[in-house]
Design a protein. Structure first.
Length: 191
């Protein structure tokens, strides 16, 4: 009887060994995040295009914010609490809003509930922020000066504690603050 148990145990181990050594692996299809192809705004020189991830970037410090708002960042940049950075912020690159399919970027410095109602607004503090992405919308607060180099910069439910300087009359005339937004400083052409 003991020999039978040893023989059966040996057979099970041999079968298990051969089953573990087979080369048949299940075929899987790699998954990738959806991508957005960047393009240059009309009337500008096209920079090399790059595919960028179409999900939001949540910035937590200088480095992650710089990457998120740069030309290889995302169309939606968020902070989930007040954030102070020591370097200048440069919002650059051409993006497509994944929700509306329109060109543009959103700087979302707020939190919202399941119905999309804003429940908290956060403040980004930096020495200066330069907007080089056309159709950028700031949804949240900014402390520092903003330099707008492109058309159609908007504020939605935002307070800018500082000045806004525009590179030209086109950038200034296309600036769109909503009724809930305010700028504590001046709004003038950059000299």
């Amino acid at each position: 009887m003991k020999k039978l148990v040893v023989v059966l145990a040996s057979l099970v181990m041999i079968v298990g060994l051969f089953a573990g050594c087979t080369t048949n692996t299940p075929k899987t299809t790699p998954t990738t995040a959806p991508a957005v192809t960047t393009t240059a705004p009309a009337g500008t020189t096209a920079a090399p295009t790059a595919d960028t991830v179409a999900t939001a970037s949540i910035a937590t410090d200088d480095a992650s914010l710089t990457k998120a708002v740069g030309p290889t960042g995302t169309w939606l940049v968020a902070i989930k609490g007040d954030l102070t950075v020591t370097s200048d912020v440069v919002v650059d690159g051409a993006f497509t809003n994944e929700n509306t399919k329109a060109p543009g970027r959103i700087l979302g410095f707020y939190n919202q509930d399941k119905q999309g109602v804003r429940t908290a607004t956060y403040t980004l503090t930096a020495p200066k922020m330069t907007i080089k992405s056309a159709n950028t919308i700031l949804k949240g607060n900014f402390t520092g000066d903003i330099y707008v180099d492109v058309p159609n910069f908007s504020l939605e439910g935002s307070t800018v504690t500082g000045n806004i300087y525009f590179i030209d009359a086109a950038a200034q005339s296309s600036f769109k603050p909503d009724a809930a937004s305010k700028v504590t400083g001046t709004q003038t052409l950059k000299k």
